[in-house]
Design a protein around this ligand. Structure first.
Ligand SMILES: [Mg+2]
Length: 333
């Protein structure tokens, strides 16, 4: 059977069944944003790995080497943020076509280090090999979280509020501009490309939420809100409903989407790569948490929906009608 026939979700399920045989009871393996391994009393090692392939995840010469380095680390750190972990180390493996300039690779590392400094991450090792095809970039990050405090995808309960740490759709707007060479104001183009190439992993916010201990489930928004909420629902055994008028459409998405005849809401719901956190919290704890979050970060937690018992994903439209939500988001196979 071909992988394209079963899709990514089923493939991972089957891989996970094999890999799980190697795990012990105090480990968390495949299926969350990162893996957990207990290494010492009260502390867990948190590990995440990502792979980016030229022509699939990025285009050359579209993206600069420096932005590529930054983004390769950012998407990994975002997974640690989703676990509430403090990042410590990064390991970088590159499969490089022989015609690549040495300067390109060094610039790639400069971009990676730009972000590593921000979160005190040590770039500690990796591997370089020759690639007969595209440039392939793989980053592994490791961090730490207090035992029992990691934010997992699996604890959402019916009645919990579904929240996000920020507005959505700006990265997808950047991609839209690149794909269709859309004519738009220079300021909007710059901001959209910045959101697309240099996302901000919500490390501080994730750590803060983990420490507070009120979050029931969490992940980062990478493939798109609609697809990612499905991950939380399937891990937690529940469903969810969004409120259309609460979905925080980024002003950049609102400005860019109409240029391509697309609803801005579609970019926020299905665009992906926003790397904001998506999390659930018991309704009665929302007001105090949101207040305290605002006092800490100067931004608000945005409630966008609710967890439901029925295992389906829906949206209450602006006219008050419940509709089944089409899950789009990024398809890996
Ligand atoms: Mg993730």
């Amino acid at each position: 059977m071909k992988i394209s026939e079963i899709g990514e979700r089923e493939l991972i399920k089957r891989i996970s069944a094999v890999a799980a045989r190697t795990l012990t009871a105090d480990m968390l393996g495949i299926g969350d944003d990162a893996a957990l391994t207990k290494v010492k009393e009260n502390s867990c090692l948190v590990t995440s790995k990502d792979l980016l392939v030229e022509g699939v995840h990025f285009l050359l010469p579209g993206i600069t080497a420096r932005d590529l380095g930054y983004k390769a680390l950012a998407v990994n750190l975002s997974d640690l943020a989703a676990m509430g972990a403090s990042p410590h180390h990064a390991f970088v493996a590159l499969a490089i076509p022989p015609s690549t300039d040495c300067e390109f690779i060094l610039e790639f590392y400069e971009g990676l280090v730009d972000l590593a400094f921000k979160f005190k991450v040590a770039v500690s090792g990796g591997d370089t090999v020759i690639s007969p095809g595209p440039l392939v970039v793989s980053v592994t990050v490791q961090g730490e979280v207090e035992q029992g405090k990691a934010l997992l995808r699996s604890g959402a309960k019916a009645g919990d509020l579904l929240c996000t740490t920020g507005e959505l759709g700006a990265s997808a707007a950047g991609l839209l501009i690149l794909e269709h060479n859309l004519p738009c104001a220079e300021k909007i183009r710059t901001q959209a490309l910045l959101a697309h190439y240099r996302p901000q992993p919500r490390i501080k916010e994730g750590k803060w939420l983990a420490k507070l201990g009120v979050v029931t489930a969490a992940m980062d928004i990478s493939d798109g809100l609609s697809k990612d909420v499905l991950e939380i629902c399937q891990s937690s055994g529940c469903g969810a409903v969004f409120y259309e008028d609460k979905i925080p459409i980024h002003p950049i998405a609102a400005a860019v989407a109409p240029l391509q005849g697309i609803e801005p809401l579609a970019l926020a719901l299905h665009g992906g790569e926003d790397y904001e956190l998506l999390f659930t919290i018991p309704e009665e704890l929302f007001a105090s948490t949101a207040q305290s979050y605002y006092e800490t970060f100067g931004r608000t937690i945005i409630p966008i929906g609710k967890i439901t018992e029925a295992p389906e994903i829906g949206m209450v439209t602006k006219t008050g009608k419940w509709e089944k939500l089409l899950i789009k988001g990024y398809q890996h196979f």
